[in-house]
Design a protein around this ligand. Structure first.
Ligand SMILES: [Zn+2]
Length: 274
């Protein structure tokens, strides 16, 4: 893209849907509270499906099949736009499905070289899951020194250069460097700029709490990355545990039907002249 084109594109407005996002609960203390939170509603559901004791066996089977279909339909419809409540004019903003990949870079400050390599692999894996679910293409562009503004929730190149279009900025941030992270909040993600006339998201950002990432399991890290990337792609929280946008951290690493339906419904056609 030419400099002129990218200048024009910067008319895109900066967005701040972040306040709604600081909700991904951490599994602290340890994994116990998160697995309790996760398994309680699930146990409740499966019991409800099985305790139809006064109905003939056939009817029970039919009823539970119907309930299974109903539950699947509920999960599939379980998505919403991150802008729906805070910036309604931008509801259902999404990324454009261009063949040219959306690029991403990451600031691995606070991680050792080995830890950084591991987390870049986990992030690549998380982007791949979204590629399969969303039809959007992503490409790793390398590590980058980024400046994080916690109050504004923005990540920008530390060298002062402009934000790149169709790019996702990621960073590992110490608990002590963020009022937003900490306590139960281990990650945050949001679109950063949207082209208002077309509702095309053109930049996004996510941060991950360094101490949490280091002590969590690989599956928990992957799950966290998938969740925050879902926000970057325009999704708000879901209420079904089968969706990755369910706001409690877990070791769940499969996109749910609502995640896939949601992002696909928000994707925008590619209008790039390139
Ligand atoms: Zn979240």
């Amino acid at each position: 893209m030419t400099a002129a084109a990218s200048t024009k594109r910067r008319i895109a407005i900066a967005v701040s849907a972040i306040a709604a996002l600081a909700l991904l609960a951490s599994p602290l203390p340890a994994a116990a509270s998160s697995s309790a939170a996760q398994s309680a509603p699930m146990a409740g559901k499966s019991k409800a499906a099985k305790t139809v004791t006064k109905t003939p066996a056939k009817a029970t089977t039919k009823a539970s099949a119907a309930r299974t279909r109903a539950a699947a339909a509920v999960a599939a419809a379980d998505y919403s736009s991150i802008f729906a409540t805070q910036q309604p004019a931008l509801t259902n903003s999404g990324w454009a499905t261009c063949a040219v990949a959306i690029t991403w870079s990451v600031d691995t400050d606070g991680l050792s070289a080995d830890e950084a390599a591991t987390q870049i692999a986990n992030l690549t894996w998380a982007f791949d899951q979204w590629t399969q679910g969303s039809g959007l293409a992503f490409q790793y562009a390398g590590t980058e020194n980024l400046a994080y503004d916690d109050a504004a929730f923005s990540l920008k190149p530390a060298n002062g250069s402009a934000l790149q279009s169709r790019h996702v900025y990621l960073a590992f941030v110490a608990d002590s460097d963020s009022a937003r992270l900490g306590g139960g909040t281990v990650g945050l993600g949001s679109p950063s700029q949207v082209w208002p006339s077309t509702k095309e998201i053109i930049t996004g950002a996510a941060v991950f709490r360094t101490d949490h990432v280091k002590q969590a399991s690989t599956r928990e890290d992957k799950s966290l990355y998938m969740h925050e990337l879902g926000h970057v792609l325009g999704l708000a929280h879901a209420s079904e545990t089968s969706n990755i946008m369910y706001p409690v951290v877990s070791d769940h690493t499969d996109l749910g039907a609502g995640d896939v339906n949601g992002v696909r419904s928000m994707n925008k056609p590619c209008k790039a002249a390139a």
